[in-house]
Design a protein around this ligand. Structure first.
Ligand SMILES: NC(=O)C1=CN([C@@H]2O[C@H](COP(=O)(O)OP(=O)(O)OC[C@H]3O[C@@H](n4cnc5c(N)ncnc54)[C@H](OP(=O)(O)O)[C@@H]3O)[C@@H](O)[C@H]2O)C=CC1
Ligand SMILES: O=C(O)C1=N[C@H](C(=O)O)C[C@H](O)C1
Length: 271
């Protein structure tokens, strides 16, 4: 098996450090390097030390350029503007991209889509097997249940998270909308406050909590008048997402250009 070389974007962040550890323990992959925000505290730090391991003699860079020359794939958990710029740089360098950053705006989404015309891009709001399986179950439940069952998506994350609802919550909502055959944008109720009036049939609601060190909790309720069905996922360790991202990088290298998701990687797509 050929070894693939992986560059890590946002290497100094919570996910970046988890990805360094995952790359170092995964057969068939090697670390091409890592970079972080120009001027950031982690630039110049040793990648091994950053991940709580022995020194590797590889320093955190302040841009992707040099690393992309050595890499087969780049794994990105950074920030929306950085991810959009990286998509362009990876496309120019012909390097596969695994994109985990959430909270991209419409223009940033378009930058990613443009990159996917030139390189394979695996994009998911959640890289875990469990959440991707959950999304398939949510789609199926929504397909089978009428709008007598109100769909509510409840999520909780750590106090540092900067976007809401989470990428995972949005992904689960898209799955529910697809199963129900409706347009999510027309049905989403992303927040409630004050005199909201009664719930409209068919809405897909979100509720968000932020606190402490919660890694990631998601629950989808199908609330009927006489019963409630709850489908949920708890992430215990963010190494889970790193494992999925490294598996995605291995899968993506050598694939044709295109926009893929974790269901492609995990073989969860229905024909
Ligand atoms: N898809 C999935 O499975 C998962 C997705 N995520 C998403 O990943 C993202 C990162 O999460 P997390 O690791 O917790 O966040 P952190 O804030 O801990 O890490 C982000 C890192 O990216 C750095 N960064 C910011 N701007 C740039 C830039 N221009 N170039 C390079 N690096 C940059 C930050 O530097 P600085 O701190 O100096 O700004 C920081 O080191 C979030 O969007 C989160 O929602 C998280 C977990 C799983
Ligand atoms: O920011 C996080 O931590 C996480 N972000 C992703 C999201 O927005 O859903 C995935 C995971 O839940 C952790």
């Amino acid at each position: 098996m050929a070894t693939i070389s992986i560059l890590i974007a946002g290497a100094g962040g919570r996910m970046g450090r988890a990805v360094i550890r995952e790359v170092l323990k995964t057969p068939g992959v090697a670390l091409a390097g890592g970079f972080d925000r120009p001027g950031g505290d982690q630039v110049g730090a040793d990648l091994g030390r950053l991940a709580g391991l022995d020194a590797l003699g590889l320093e955190v860079a302040d841009s992707p350029e040099e690393g992309l020359k050595r890499a087969d794939a780049v794994i990105d958990f950074s920030a929306p503007a950085a991810s959009a710029a990286l998509a362009g740089a990876a496309a120019a360098a012909g390097v596969a991209l695994v994109l985990g950053t959430t909270g991209l705006d419409a223009a940033q989404e378009r930058d990613v889509a443009a990159a996917a015309e030139k390189i394979p891009v695996v994009r998911s709001g959640n890289m875990s097997l469990g959440v991707n399986l959950l999304a398939a179950l949510v789609e199926e439940a929504a397909r089978r249940l009428s709008d007598e069952y109100d769909i509510e998506i409840i999520e909780a994350h750590h106090r540092h998270k900067v976007d809401a609802p989470s990428g995972t919550a949005l992904m689960l909502a898209r799955a529910a909308a697809k199963g129900r055959g409706v347009d999510l944008e027309a049905k989403a109720v992303r927040a409630r406050d004050g005199q909201t009036g009664p719930r409209r049939a068919g809405d897909i609601g979100f509720a968000v909590a932020r606190g402490g060190g919660i890694v990631g909790e998601h629950q989808v309720l199908f609330a009927g008048g006489e019963e409630v069905i709850a489908l949920s996922h708890s992430a215990i360790d963010r190494g889970l997402f790193a494992k999925g991202a490294v598996a995605a990088a291995k899968w993506a290298v050598g694939k044709p250009a295109g926009l893929y998701d974790m269901r492609d990687v995990l073989g969860l797509k229905r024909e």
